[in-house]
Design a protein around this ligand. Structure first.
Ligand code: NAP
Length: 294
């Protein structure tokens, strides 16, 4: 068996050290790291990965696409896939800003406590989910995955146009996804209604951004709260980063570190999965499926 080579293609100027370390820990033998990757310069890099190894040996080469700009990383990923032909292809993992692995881990946590529709009676009521900070890379993927599992999602932003644009992007990627945008300037006034009906609240705001005050949470009906922000103050007041299914009244709470263990398992399992003859393309939905097995 030839050595496992992973081509790390990062759209930021410097390739992520986090993604590099995870790749090594996931069993990659040789890591080739490239920063500043764009849709316009990626094809020669892919050719180098496609044409060097023949037959079954090609499965020992794979590609990771990362970076902080999700839209650019998605376009790079499209160019990578379009460069393949016939059996001349390798496995590809798309995880810009850790958005796919983190969102998959959050949805796995929620599904431990909520009968998301695809698990339950199709006639059952949809779980109402609210994604705070829903316009960021992680929030958009959380919203997309929850909608794919049958939840009725409200995607919250401080800005109406950003909320609408994010919901529209999800609708384009996954037609039929039930994602409603909501602009919130004042939580009590603007979000009280949706929060009072929600079964699940996920906070995916920027690091250190306090989104949901305790006083408002105490009037919410949700049974699961997930705060993905690890940097104080908490995104959902009263949730600690280490919370992992911590009971709080009739609800359970998860913090960023409580979800982070599953995220790391998904990330490593996904890299291992790349080195297979079927040359998979792993985006959020495939990572959610992997998450169910880790
Ligand atoms: N647990 C893990 O393993 C893990 C892994 C990766 C990331 N994370 C965390 O997940 C969270 C989301 O990551 P991301 O990259 O998607 O975040 P992001 O792009 O930095 O921010 C997400 C959204 O937060 C809102 N926001 C920004 N500043 C704010 C402020 N001061 N007050 C209120 N809202 C604000 C913005 O939405 P609007 O401007 O539209 O309101 C923004 O689109 C972060 O806290 C990150 O640290 C956790």
């Amino acid at each position: 068996m030839p050595r496992r080579v992973l081509l790390q293609l990062d759209c930021d100027p410097q390739p992520s050290t986090f993604d590099a370390v995870v790749a090594v820990d996931a069993g990659v033998d040789v890591l080739l790291r490239h920063g500043g990757v764009t849709p316009d310069n990626v094809v020669p890099l892919v050719h180098g990965a496609m044409f060097t190894r023949g037959g079954a040996d090609l499965a020992a080469t794979a590609i990771f696409v990362g970076g902080s700009d999700v839209a650019v990383a998605e376009e790079v990923c499209r160019r990578v896939s379009a460069t393949f032909f016939g059996p001349v292809r390798v496995g590809v993992l798309l995880d810009p800003s850790g958005a796919n692995t983190t969102a998959a881990a959050a949805v796995i946590a929620a599904a431990r406590h909520l009968a998301l529709a695809v698990d339950a009676d199709p006639a059952a009521e949809r779980v109402a989910a609210v994604v705070l900070g829903g316009t960021g890379p992680v929030g958009q993927r959380v919203a997309r995955l929850l909608a794919g599992r049958g939840a009725a999602v409200t995607l919250v932003s401080r800005d109406r146009d950003r909320a609408a644009a994010a919901a529209a992007r999800i609708g384009q990627a996954r037609p039929g996804a039930a994602v409603e945008p909501l602009a919130v300037a004042d939580f009590e006034r603007d979000a009280g209604g949706v929060l009072s009906r929600a079964g699940l609240v996920v906070a995916a705001g920027a690091a250190g951004a306090a989104l949901l005050p305790r006083a408002i949470r105490e009037r919410c009906s949700a049974t699961v709260y997930i705060d993905l922000n690890a940097v104080p103050p908490a995104g959902i007041e009263g949730i600690a980063a280490t919370d992992k299914a911590r009971p709080d009244g009739r609800a359970v709470c998860y913090g960023a570190l409580g979800v982070g263990g599953t995220k790391m398992k998904i990330h490593k399992a996904a890299i291992a999965r790349l080195f297979s003859p079927d040359a998979p393309l792993l985006d959020a939905e495939e990572l959610l499926a992997i998450g169910a097995t880790v």
